[in-house]
Design a protein around this ligand. Structure first.
Ligand code: B12
Ligand code: SF4
Ligand code: SF4
Length: 309
């Protein structure tokens, strides 16, 4: 994530990113799939207790949000242009040096929860953020007050204790960082804490009481794809590179590539074996012992070793 330091204060100064920017329109897009069951938080927490199942975090089970949010923001820009005439603008979502949570908080989309994500009374936190930088003078919307109160549930539940203080995250400990952004070996001390989370992590949001108000998306884009929910680790570990690319086409998961995918699933298999001996899992791991990637080989060896103890 070196890009954050590289961009420095440009991240906090919209006009340096897009000259001529006068206002920023912020937006949220809810991403729970339309078919999400009532009581979904408990259902998701239950998955964590099934070590042989691989968990892909909720936001990544459908289509890549970058495309979906950008398209929505472009449509919104066109509608604004139809009302006010042509205007200078650029849309962003997680694609540029933009402090999205801070902008959303300052413009009243919600408040920053202690887990650092944006949280709203009307929609919890299960949404993406996006912005339109515009050269129009717009009336400012006011920030809202926070409603975390004395709650610390997200801090307490975090498996790696990555939320080191309220509103402060040590990304190096966050499972989302470790399984998605981080290249190379996952630190040994953190591997057992990752459990069966193979892409991202939702724990701090699953436990948050405000997420009972999380909204379902009206778009089919965020419907969960077959294979990404409820699959066994052994099946996911068996995907060839070609299958990985096919099953993750148009999904944000594709970005991590097959090697990191195998690394993550190997960690989860090691954790499952630690919970209960299983010849099928051991066999699956064994089949990748000679994988061309040193990172995969090392994680496979760790997974096979750790369980013998
Ligand atoms: C880097 C990043 C990560 C990192 C670090 C996360 C973090 N909390 O910082 C990792 C990989 C860990 C991560 C994980 C996740 N992420 Co992320 N991530 C980002 C990204 C690209 C940048 C965030 C960032 O800048 N962090 C750095 C810190 C320092 O900045 P900050 O916390 O925003 O706020 C500080 C500054 O604003 C500063 N500040 C305030 N005013 C000013 C003024 C000046 C002048 C300066 C210098 C600073 C400053 O003070 C604040 C407090 O320290 C954003 C998209 C974006 N471009 O913003 C998505 C984003 C935050 N992530 C998102 C999501 C969904 C997730 C996950 C839930 C995914 C998952 N399920 O696995 C997890 C949640 C983990 C968590 N509890 O945060 C969404 C959040 C939506 C929401 N409801 O808030 C975003 C907004 C992407 C999007 N477009 O929707 N993410
Ligand atoms: S996403 Fe997971 S690891 Fe990261 S802060 Fe939240 S609970 Fe902790
Ligand atoms: S779990 Fe509690 S402290 Fe954390 S964001 Fe939600 S309300 Fe705030």
């Amino acid at each position: 994530m070196g890009y954050m330091a590289a961009h420095g204060l440009r991240r906090a100064r919209p006009v340096e990113l897009v000259p001529g920017t006068v206002s920023v329109i912020t937006a949220r897009m809810d991403y729970l799939g339309a078919a999400t069951a009532p009581g979904w938080q408990a259902i998701e927490l239950e998955r964590l207790r099934r070590p042989s199942e691989g968990i892909v975090s909720v936001y990544a089970r459908g289509r890549d949000y970058h495309k979906v949010v950008r398209k929505g923001l472009q449509q919104l820009s066109q509608r604004i242009a139809a009302e006010v005439g042509p205007f200078g603008h650029r849309v962003f979502t997680d694609s540029a040096p933009v402090l999205e949570v801070e902008l959303a908080a300052r413009s009243g989309q919600g408040w920053r929860g202690k887990h650092t994500l944006l949280l709203s009374r009307a929609a919890g936190s299960m949404f993406f953020l996006g912005e339109i930088y515009v050269d129009l003078v717009l009336p400012l919307t006011a920030a809202v007050t926070g409603h975390c109160g004395r709650c610390t549930a997200c801090m307490d539940v975090c498996p790696t204790q990555a939320i080191v203080a309220p509103y402060q995250l040590d990304a190096r400990r966050c499972i989302s960082y470790l399984t998605i952004e981080h290249a190379g070996p996952i630190p040994l001390a953190l591997r057992p804490l990752i459990g069966n989370r193979i892409y991202g992590c939702d724990d701090c949001q699953l436990i948050c009481p405000w997420n009972k108000f999380a909204q379902r998306s009206a778009l089919p884009d965020f419907d969960a794809r077959a294979g990404l929910v409820g699959s066994q680790l052994v099946t996911l570990f068996g995907w060839t590179e070609e299958e990985f690319l096919r099953f993750t086409e148009g999904s944000p998961i594709r970005r991590i590539g097959h090697e990191r995918w195998l690394r993550n699933v190997a960690v989860a298999l090691g954790n499952a074996l630690r919970d209960r001996e299983d010849p099928t899992m051991r066999q699956a791991l064994g089949s990748r012992r000679e994988h061309p990637s040193a990172v995969v080989r090392e994680h496979v060896a760790w997974a096979l070793e750790v369980s013998i103890v």
